[in-house]
Design a protein around this ligand. Structure first.
Ligand code: BTN
Length: 241
């Protein structure tokens, strides 16, 4: 197991990702984790704000994997699998979290966690926000929390379960590459052929989910043929039964 994490805890911070980037540029080692009780300038994907009051988990993991930069994106799928396992461990037995490309974690169709992968020099920063107690009321998508789904968790227990899971998956990724992580991700995603819609660059493409390419790009079957999507937001037209 890759149990190399050293946690630096802050009561309040602007953004754990910003702090991790700052530390990365100062040479902080692989496995440095920035954990904050609240963020005053939490950031989401696509320059969105990330709701960050006390009561949720906000952390950033600094990784120096030594792999080519183009493989960094694989780590966001690894993180999504780790977060899904953490959520599953904290919720009542029958609830199975679902993954939505590229790396949202959903419970009953509502977002419970988000992942923001960034790079700084040769380091990769995995920023993870997990709603334990609080969810934004005014988001443009459905949101939820661990507690709203009958889970009982402290933020610190969520952090410890998450870091253990990330450590296990990092060890697998180092030994066997992206394929086993991709398989775990697909096992928690929508079924092949599910009707989905991808919104990217102001354009909306509808098609049938055809899996993940070897590099994590979304594969979409459309009337114009199979398309590879590397960035965008997915909506599921017919939620899986
Ligand atoms: C998303 O848009 O879904 C990604 C959200 C990522 C939020 C986390 S919270 C910890 C870390 N610090 C940040 O500023 N953002 C990430």
């Amino acid at each position: 197991m890759d149990d190399i994490f050293t946690v630096r805890h802050h009561e309040t911070i602007g953004s754990t990702n910003n702090e991790a980037r700052r530390l990365a540029s100062e040479g902080a080692p692989h496995g440095t984790v920035i954990h904050a009780d609240e963020q005053t300038a939490g950031r989401g994907r696509l320059t969105r704000h990330w709701f960050s009051p006390p009561g949720n988990l906000y952390l950033s993991v600094l990784l120096r994997t030594g792999t080519p930069p183009k493989r960094a994106g694989e780590l966001s799928f690894l993180a999504a699998v780790g977060v899904a396992e953490t959520v599953e461990a904290l919720l009542p037995r029958k609830i199975r979290p679902m993954l939505k490309w590229p790396n949202d974690v959903l419970v009953n169709g509502a977002k419970i966690a988000g992942i923001l992968l960034e790079t700084q020099d040769d380091a990769t920063i995995l920023g993870i926000g997990l709603n334990v107690l609080e969810a934004p009321a005014n988001a443009s998508y459905k949101t939820t929390t661990i507690v709203a789904n009958g889970g009982i968790a402290s933020v610190d227990s969520a952090r410890d379960i998450l870091l253990a899971s990330l450590g296990r998956h990092l060890a697998v990724w180092r030994a066997d590459g992206f394929a086993p992580i991709r398989a775990l991700w697909l096992d928690r995603s929508y079924p092949i052929a599910a009707a989905i819609r991808v919104n990217a660059h102001g354009e909306s493409i509808q098609g049938a989910f055809a899996g993940l390419d070897q590099d994590g790009a979304l594969l979409l079957d459309t009337p114009a043929g199979r398309q590879r999507v590397v960035a965008g937001d997915v909506t599921v037209d017919q939620p899986p039964v």
